[in-house]
Design a protein around this ligand. Structure first.
Ligand SMILES: [Zn+2]
Length: 422
């Protein structure tokens, strides 16, 4: 029986050799993940990001890939005064191997964390194989899983069948504003995407993901003394409040689409009509039509508010993570990966979520993907973030088996990608 006839859920001899090797890598994987966690790479800590990126480059030099650190464009933020501020993030990490191989994969992840410098630094052994530390699970452990899977795969005889581009971003937790173009460019060239965000605490994977939008809207009116000549004033704050109420009224108008007024900054002394107000709103939408609807509703609410005398507005933002609904391509890939996981005795479930990640962007580039191939753990984005250590070698095993099956043609990535068009 050749590889093509072996069910996806059965191990081959090559699988066994790789899994044995990975089991022996467990302690090294944990040590590396812990050492990476100890370096603060909060999304706004440029020094930390710049110090960490070369460590990634050194680690990935153990693969066949050509590694580059590419400077990113400034990230523009609207501050509370409505002014644009630029932030220079760390570099984009890119590693490319065998770009002419018949099967091409984009592998993505991020090396930033949500923890600002100095807020959460200790790595603690919680016992029973659990470790607490910043970014252990989201997602330095996931980067480690990706790296070990590539090394295990490249140690075998099938590597010429699969080429890959790894992109690791410095700004995923703030929306990939500096790295999205590079992620999209790499994703377009690939048949499928593998992203190493943590899976859910119970080991299940993300299925469909909603899309996510953020808008910063800067309202401008006219300042005046509120006691002496209030009639000359045009309150930007009242315009913002009007807008916020219109947005709030949209919730529940379309199933699965939600809005949130995140903040309103404006006003100062009570005897001054406020001339400036910045409103930040977020939205989530389950599919492309809902995202278009949400954008249209925001535009319509704004144009109503702009009928107020003396009020103008600037809008920044939109759907920075387009929805990633289930479709034929996603379902086929989920199915093949679930069958592959069976070979490891894992029963994978795919659960739909309102959470978003780079997998949304890879999908928007036209490339089907699985985005929770990283470690098991929980409480991410909190000081209780923990990693279940055994999942390092376990998930590296799963990713290696996926690579084997792609190389053997048992997971037909070209056929899966072609389903995106159906
Ligand atoms: Zn993450």
């Amino acid at each position: 029986m050749n590889a093509y006839q072996i069910p996806l859920g059965d191990l081959t001899e090559l699988d066994r050799i790789a899994l044995d090797k990975l089991a022996g890598r467990q302690d090294d994987m944990l040590a590396r993940t812990i050492s990476w966690s100890k370096i603060n790479t909060g999304s706004w800590n440029a020094d930390g990001l710049n110090a960490f990126a070369p460590m990634l480059a050194k680690a990935f030099a153990e693969t066949d890939a050509v590694v580059e650190l590419i400077p990113t464009a400034l990230i523009e933020k609207v501050d509370a005064k409505g002014e644009m501020q630029g932030f220079q993030s760390g570099p984009m990490f890119r590693a490319v191997a065998r770009p002419d191989a018949p099967n091409q994969i984009v592998m993505t992840g991020h090396y930033d964390t949500v923890f600002p410098k100095g807020t959460f630094t200790e790595v603690t052994d919680l016992g029973e194989g659990r470790w607490n530390g910043p970014g252990l699970t989201d997602m330095k452990g996931g980067i480690c899983v990706m790296l070990e899977a590539l090394k295990a795969f490249e140690a075998g005889p099938l590597k010429d069948q699969v080429g890959y581009t790894v992109v690791l971003s410095p700004d995923e937790e703030t929306g990939n504003h500096a790295s999205n173009d590079m992620i999209m460019a790499a994703a377009r060239e690939a048949h499928i995407g593998l992203t190493f965000e943590p899976c859910m605490e119970d080991g299940s994977f993300s299925g469909a993901r909603k899309g996510s939008a953020v808008w910063d809207i800067i309202f401008q009116g006219r300042s005046a003394h509120a006691g002496r000549e209030p009639e000359k004033g045009r309150s930007a704050l009242m315009a913002a409040a009007d807008f916020a109420l219109r947005i709030e009224a949209l919730t529940d108008q379309r199933e699965g689409t939600t809005f949130n007024i995140g903040s309103i900054d404006g006003g100062d002394a009570v005897n001054v009509v406020p001339a400036l107000c910045v409103v930040r709103i977020g939205a989530r939408a389950p599919d492309g039509a809902s995202a278009d609807w949400a954008q249209a509703q925001v535009d319509a609410a704004l144009s109503e508010v702009l009928k107020r005398d003396g009020i103008s507005a600037h809008t920044h933002g939109g759907f920075y993570r387009p929805p990633k609904p289930r479709n034929a391509a996603q379902n086929r890939l989920f199915d093949d990966v679930a069958k592959t996981a069976k070979a490891l005795g894992l029963t994978l479930q795919f659960k739909d979520t309102g959470g978003v990640c780079e997998g949304n962007n890879v999908f928007a580039a036209g490339t089907p993907n699985i985005d929770t191939l990283g470690v098991r753990g929980g409480r991410i984005h909190s000081a209780e973030e923990f990693l279940i250590a055994e999942s390092l070698s376990e998930r590296a095993g799963l990713a290696t088996l996926i690579l084997h099956r792609i190389a053997e043609g048992r997971i037909d990535v070209k056929a899966i990608k072609s389903l995106m068009k159906t």
